[in-house]
Design a protein around this ligand. Sequence first.
Ligand code: FPP
Length: 252
Amino acid sequence: MLKIFRTKKEHKEDFELDMDNMPNHIAIIMDGNGRWAKEQSLPRSMGHKAGMETIRLILKEATRLGIKNLTLYAFSTENWSRPKDEVGAIMNLLVTYLKKELRECHENGVRMNVLGDTSKLPAECQKVLNEAIETTKNNIKINLNFALNYGGRDEIVRAIKLISSDIKNNKISEEEINEKLVEKYLYTKGIPDPDLIIRPSGEQRLSNFLLWQCAYSEFWYSNINWPDFKEVDLKRAIADYQNRDRRFGKVK
Ligand code: FPP
C-alpha cells in the first residue's frame, strides 16, 4: 500500500493507492489544450505544446506506478477538419516529441505503438513513428499507445472489411466470427481493454474513442485542462477507480 499525501497547497484531503489494484490499462482523452491556450491569450498551438509536456509527466508517473498500458488520444479521424495550421502544429509536435523523447523512453522500458491509420499522416511523422516502434519493440515496462488518425467507428468498419475479405479468401469462415475474433481485427489487437478512461477539461463524452474496447471501462472526468493535468490528478483518478465496484454485468 502506497500512501500518497497531497500537500496542503495542492489539495486538502488525503488518499491512498492500492499498489496491488492498479488499472492494467489507462486511456486518456487529452482534451482542453485549446481552452488552456485561450485562457492565457496564446495561440492554440501553444496549448498543444503545453499538452505535449503533460504527456512526459504522466508517462513517467504511470510507469512509476506500474501501469502496464497507457493509451493517449492524440488525433482523431475528425480532427483533420481543424484549421490547417493547427493540424500542422500537432503533426510537428508529434515529430518533436518522438525525436526528443525516444531515447529516454527506450531507456525506461517504454514500448511505443500506434492505433489508427498512419498512412494518412505526413511522411516525416510516419518515419519517426516507425523508428520509435521498431526501436522500442522489445521493451516490456509499459506500452504507450498513441491514437493517431484514430476513430472508433472507423476502426470497426475497417475490422468488418478485413473480416469480409478473409472470408472471401477462405482464410476464415462466417461461423468463426465471435467477439474474440473481432478483437483480432482491431488496431488494439493484443492490448487489453482499458480499465480506466480519463477525460480532463470538463467534457463528458467519448468522442469516438475506443468504442468497442470501452464496454466495461470505468470513466473519470475532471475539469482541469490537459496542460494543467499533473501527477496528483492521475493518482486521484486511480484512487477513485480503486473505490469502484466493477461487476461486468454480473451480481456480486
Ligand atoms: C484536444 O484538445 C487535443 C488534441 C486534439 C491534440 C492533442 C495533442 C497533443 C497533446 C500534442 C502532441 C501530440 C503528441 C502525440 C506528442 P482541444 O484542442 O480539443 O482543446 P479544446 O477543446 O479546449 O479546444
